[in-house]
Design a protein around this ligand. Structure first.
Ligand code: XIL
Length: 332
């Protein structure tokens, strides 16, 4: 069988999110990917559980594997409203001062990026900072924003550039193809660039489903971000069998949905390949359907089948479509 990363070699690296467990249990699928992201272990919750304790043990094992197998590594993630311990924002039972939270942010970014300097070529510096709902302003609520102010994002990128000047710095976001949210992402990115903030790219998380976004919406998002002089990476691609509000439960996935999913994967990869000048990486959020995070989100314990390999780690129709798409002549 063809190899996914090889098939797209001329266009962009193809990555997957992994855990320590999946590096073993899904070992035979790893050859399809030439880039890795730690699904959880590089998040503050795991790496910086208390102020004077950094724990690189788990992440280091993923790094070792990436180095040995000569795969790229994306760092994920430094500044986020989720999976971040509360100590960052507290001091003696009170709220910590702005100055203290800023210095903790700098310490976190410089220590973590310093540690992974040789291994991680890119980092999601700020994850999901944008407001979801229209008419509620640009930025979402976040303990970072509450403690520091709206400029927490600019500070994070400046600290990151200082910590590792060679690293490619991303703002990573979901619903990134929805026109209104896309507009807010672009507005923030434009303002940051105008202020000389070192932002290099937009991470399009790519949590899509059978019904959207359309190929045109994905193309438009890439064009909008690229027009700002930014590179684009799809950082967490998966294609859910369910619309977001649909809570249907299946024990086995209906074959017609699996076929539809294959078509959708093909469309997505066709667009990404067409825009390969701007797209510098595409990462799937997991290796196979047996361990996808979507079997716990947005509905707890509701099974989903969003990836390219099935529960038994066999290739799905989607993989074949994606491989075939890579063989088509590319319009100039
Ligand atoms: C998810 C992981 O996949 C889960 O294992 C964890 O329980 C929660 O986080 N956007 C992101 C990722 O940026 O870090 C999230 O990963 C999925 C949504």
């Amino acid at each position: 069988m063809d190899n996914l990363a090889q098939a797209y070699q001329a266009y962009f690296p193809v990555g997957a999110a992994v855990t320590l467990a999946s590096l073993r249990s899904h070992r035979r699928l790893l050859r399809h990917f030439n880039s890795l992201t730690a699904e959880n272990y590089m998040k503050p919750m795991y790496m910086h559980p208390s102020e004077d304790e950094y724990n690189f043990r788990y992440a280091d094992k993923i790094v070792d594997y990436a180095m040995q197998s000569k795969k790229r590594l994306r760092g994920h993630t430094l500044v986020w409203h989720n999976q971040t311990p509360g100590w960052f924002f507290a001091q003696g039972g009170e709220k910590a001062s702005r100055a203290l939270v800023l210095s903790r942010m700098e310490d976190h970014i410089s220590t973590v990026m310093g540690h992974f300097c040789a291994a991680a070529y890119a980092w999601d510096v700020v994850n999901e900072p944008i407001e979801d709902d229209d008419g509620k302003g640009l930025l979402r609520e976040s303990p970072w924003r509450a403690a520091i102010g709206d400029d927490y994002i600019a500070h994070a990128f400046r600290f990151a550039r200082k910590a590792d000047p060679a690293c490619v710095l991303f703002l990573n976001e979901y619903n990134e193809t929805a026109p209104a949210k896309r507009g807010r992402i672009a507005e923030l990115a434009r303002a940051l660039r105008a202020d000389g903030v070192p932002l290099d790219g937009i991470g399009m998380q790519g949590h899509y489903n059978l019904y959207g976004p359309s190929a045109d919406e994905i193309a438009e998002a890439i064009e909008v971000y690229a027009a700002l002089g930014l590179q684009v990476q799809v950082t967490e691609l998966d294609i859910s069998l369910f619309a977001f509000e649909d809570h249907t439960v299946y024990t086995q996935p209906p074959q017609e949905l699996i076929e539809l999913q294959a078509k959708r994967y093909r469309q997505v990869f066709e667009v990404l390949r067409r825009y390969h000048r701007y797209v510098s990486g595409v990462t799937l959020w997991g290796l196979a359907d047996d361990t996808s995070w979507l079997s716990n989100f947005p509905v707890k314990k509701r099974k989903n089948w969003p990836l390219l390999f099935d529960d038994a780690h066999n290739p799905k129709p989607a993989l074949e479509e994606v491989l075939q798409a890579a063989r088509q002549p590319l319009a100039r």
